[in-house]
Structure formats: structure tokens, C-alpha cells
Design a protein around this ligand. Structure first.
Ligand SMILES: [Zn+2]
Length: 235
């Protein structure tokens, strides 16, 4: 596959959703254009802010890894009741909403490809996560197993590309926040800005190699988009 980031400067159409609906639930619609493509979840309530005019190098969208970044990593979890937000996740998403910057998720979920996690279960997990941390404009999931050689399993860039297409932003205008090297690899290969928020599972070498790090999610967002604008202050 072509792992080069698209560098053309032509405007990207807004809401370039994949064409094929694979599941519609009470909370969201899932799309997948083919077995080798990512799964894309768009909430029915999605009110993705129109991607703001980039200001002072601000990203126009921020994409988060899920397990170990937005929520605690619970291996092979199928139970929405076990979803626990990571520290300051809610605050980070609120700061992005205040700044008019859409937030999304990019997540490897190989248990889907292994037959251990059904799409309806995955949707329930994501609906619960949104209820806890706040709304997300788009979620792009790699359902493939590591040995499938797809183009979307991080550190491949396909999830970043898919989320950017839906949001109508270009990867170089986007930041990816994660807790391991694969997240930053996907960011790098897509041409996006990568930010590492280490947790206890993050290896020291990954932290040393990261181009940018932040102590927690709210700090990462503050560094990316700045403090919320004050009434009457500069925008
Ligand atoms: Zn994949």
C-alpha cells in the first residue's frame, strides 16, 4: 500500500463518509467500505464543529488513541461497565470543544478480526466511552489482526487518513495523541503531529523517542490548542 501522506493542498470535502453502512445502532452508524478497510463510527448526535480556521499552528482536529489514552486499557474488554476514563480525558475533550476543534478516536481492535468482539459490542463500548468522556466526532477502528497486513493497523496511517476524510481536514493539520510508539508512528506516517502521553505501560525508550510528550491529556490539549479564549480576549 502507499504509505505516503497526501500532500496536495486541495481542500478536502467535508464528511467524506465511507459509503457502506455495516451497522446502525441507537447511538451511531458504522461504515466500512470493504474487508481491508477501517471501520468508521459516526455518532448520530455528531455535531462536529466546522473545522476552524487554523490559528497559530493549531491543529484543526485532534485524534486520540483509545485504550491506555482516553480510557484505561482493559485487555479484551467487552463490558461497557468496565470502561474507565484516563485522568483529565473529560477535561481535554471539553477544552477542544471550547476551542472549536473536533476530537476523534483512532483505535486498533484486533479482537474484532479474531471473532472475539462483535461490532454491536464495540459500539456499546464506544457509546459508554462517549457518555463518560464527552462526544467524539468520529471513531476509526482497525478490526484486523496483526498478521493481516492491512494499511490501517497502527503504526500504519490508514486510521488517521480515514478520520481526517470524515472531518474534512488534512493529516498535516491534525494531531494524534497516544501512549505507545505505534500511535506516534501512525501520526508520523500520515504526516500528522504526534504527542505521547505516557502511562505505566509506556516503555522508557518510547518516551525518549517521542517528538512531543505531555504529562496528561489536558496538558497535551493545552499545548496543542492553547488555553480557552477568554471573553473579550484574543481569539
Ligand atoms: Zn486494519
Amino acid at each position: 500500500m502507499n504509505s505516503q501522506a497526501p500532500v496536495e493542498s486541495a481542500p478536502v470535502a467535508r464528511s467524506a463518509r465511507p459509503a457502506a453502512v455495516v451497522l446502525r445502532t441507537a447511538t451511531a452508524t458504522w461504515y466500512q467500505d470493504g474487508p481491508a478497510e477501517p471501520l468508521v463510527r459516526i455518532p448520530h448526535t455528531s455535531s462536529a464543529p466546522c473545522a476552524a480556521v487554523p490559528a497559530c499552528g493549531r491543529p484543526r482536529a485532534v485524534l486520540f488513541d483509545r485504550d491506555g489514552t482516553l480510557v484505561e486499557d482493559v485487555p479484551h474488554n467487552t463490558d461497557p461497565g468496565r470502561i474507565r476514563p484516563r485522568p483529565s480525558a473529560r477535561e481535554a475533550l471539553a477544552a477542544l470543544r471550547a476551542a472549536g476543534v473536533p476530537a476523534g478516536v483512532v483505535s486498533n481492535q484486533p479482537d474484532v478480526g479474531r471473532g472475539l468482539l462483535r461490532l454491536t459490542q464495540l459500539d456499546a463500548l464506544h457509546a459508554r466511552m462517549e457518555a463518560l468522556v464527552g462526544p467524539l466526532a468520529v471513531t476509526a477502528v482497525c478490526p484486523h489482526r496483526p498478521q493481516d497486513g492491512c494499511g490501517c493497523r497502527k503504526p500504519e496511517p490508514g486510521l488517521v487518513f480515514a478520520a481526517c476524510r470524515v472531518l474534512g481536514v488534512r493529516p498535516p493539520e491534525t494531531a494524534v495523541v497516544g501512549d505507545i510508539a505505534a500511535d506516534l508512528g501512525a501520526a508520523h506516517r500520515a504526516g500528522a503531529t504526534g504527542v505521547l502521553v505516557p502511562n505505566t505501560a509506556t516503555r522508557a525508550a518510547e518516551t525518549r523517542a517521542a517528538p512531543r510528550t505531555a504529562a496528561h491529556l489536558a496538558a497535551a490539549v493545552r499545548a496543542l490548542v492553547g488555553a480557552p479564549a477568554r471573553p473579550g480576549g484574543p481569539t
